[in-house]
Design a protein around this ligand. Structure first.
Ligand code: PA5
Length: 430
């Protein structure tokens, strides 16, 4: 069985294995606090064994509901924000084709709403939905978040006008708290199919609950494979006592040492554009979990080689208050080779018969070397392949390392008191 691997080769000049060994005890202590529920916020540890705990009947219920929505929709609109949005989108974007052939039948389009307050966006969405068959998955744990609530009010009106109340009811699914919140009350009154977000799983750790699984299944992605990957790496992390071979412990240890050496920013880098939303999900996971009590690394993301042509300069030569973590996919699913050209007009014949992935890999290795020489430490995370199984591994790996990192910082990684401040001020103004 292959696992996500963390490679520390490109940071060895910034600190030694001995220094790393010294933080080992702290890493394992933090991980024990997670495992035994002795750390802060332990009532939100439900995600820890979720992939091993979810039952076949729960999975089948999600698949059945997804099949039903797929069979009646050209598009499924997923309404949610933050932890009720990013995980599903991360998995769907990572595992769906980059270009959809609109003349091809098959998977419905997954559209998103409730993740902004743009009138322009909502107007265009409603116009599009007037002409196609669609259904809605509305996701909110609290059931009171303003962005999804506003979007749902608009879409509920739209779908009821389009299909009538009875048919609309069959096309709306709610994912929310088991007993409280405005969405739960509304769903019960209207008789919508509902899925429950467990009490002990916070928004940003909820992608492997119906919050992520239902939209992902609607996109035609294998949720059993996703869960299997998460479960396998969970067992691997639990069993692996060698710090250097335990990906979650090693990643948490490396980034903590860098944080202590006054790095302020972690840049997550990907050479695969499909991982762009996975980086968005990671940004929320780490930013909301660590950013407390004036502590935490500021998480940002870039897509290479695209951004090497816009941000490469500042990364190479700018202020050295950051490090990079590079996501690299080992095996690609497609094969394209550079064709030979007569007379070599563009001077690229030296690359004839080389795969694009070969050139991408050299770009990655060259960039890692250049940035390292420019005093930017690089952590490398290797993903064997882009499929549901390894994306499941990646999700759990990041969640686990995030819990460890938060405890190493001494914060509660499972609350988000700072998010309330803007809501309060906005409500006053409204
Ligand atoms: O991680 C979090 O808790 C937040 O990002 C929430 O997920 C987000 O604010 C949406 O909340 P809710 O699901 O209650 O609508």
């Amino acid at each position: 069985m292959d696992f996500i691997k963390v490679n520390k080769e490109y940071i060895s000049s910034f600190f030694s294995d001995d220094e790393l060994r010294k933080v080992q005890a702290e890493v394992f202590n933090a991980d024990n606090s997670l495992t035994y529920g002795t750390g802060k916020g332990s009532d939100f540890h439900g995600w820890m064994d979720l992939p091993a705990r979810i039952s076949e009947s729960e999975i089948n219920d999600i698949k059945y509901c997804a099949e039903n929505l797929r069979s009646i929709s050209s598009a499924v609109v997923v309404i949610g924000i933050g932890g009720s949005y990013l995980g599903a989108r991360a998995v769907i974007e990572a595992l769906s084709p980059s270009f959809k052939n609109k003349f091809e039948k098959g998977n419905p389009d997954i559209l998103y709403a409730g993740h902004n307050l743009s009138e322009e966006y909502l107007h265009e969405l409603l116009s599009l939905l007037s002409g196609i068959d669609y259904s809605i998955i509305v996701i909110s744990k609290s059931g009171t978040t303003i962005e999804p609530a506003v979007a749902f009010r608009l879409l509920k009106n739209h779908i009821e006008t389009k299909y009538g109340k009875d048919e609309a009811r069959k096309r709306i699914v709610a994912v929310t708290d088991k007993s409280k919140g405005a969405l739960k009350k509304l769903a019960d009154e209207e008789g919508y199919k509902t899925f429950v977000i467990p009490d002990n799983v916070g928004g940003r750790f909820s992608v492997l609950t119906p919050v992520g699984l239902l939209p992902v299944a609607c996109a035609g992605i294998d949720i059993s494979g996703l869960l299997q990957g998460a479960k396998d790496i969970l067992n691997h992390i639990n069993k692996e006592k060698d710090f250097f071979n335990n990906p979650a412990c090693l990643y948490a240890g490396l980034r903590n040492i860098l944080y202590r050496s006054w790095k302020e920013i972690e840049i997550m880098v990907s050479y695969e554009p499909k991982l762009g939303y996975l980086i968005e999900w990671w940004k929320q996971l780490y930013g909301e979990s660590e950013g407390k009590q004036r502590k935490g690394l500021f998480p940002v993301g870039v897509n290479f080689t695209t951004d090497l042509h816009s941000l490469g300069q500042i990364i190479q030569d700018g202020k050295k208050n950051f490090f990079e973590t590079v996501l690299w996919v080992d095996r690609t699913n497609a094969e394209i080779k550079i064709p030979e050209a007569q007379n070599d007009p563009d001077g690229l014949n030296y690359l004839s018969d080389k795969r694009i992935s070969y050139i991408n890999e050299k770009a990655m290795l060259g960039t890692v070397q250049a940035h390292t020489q420019g005093s930017v430490p690089n952590i490398l995370i290797k993903i064997p392949e882009l499929n549901a199984y390894y994306i499941g591994q990646l999700i759990y790996f990041f969640e686990r390392a995030c819990g460890i990192s938060g405890y190493m910082l001494g914060v509660n990684p499972f609350d988000q008191p700072g998010v309330e401040a803007y809501k309060k001020e906005m409500k006053k103004l409204l």
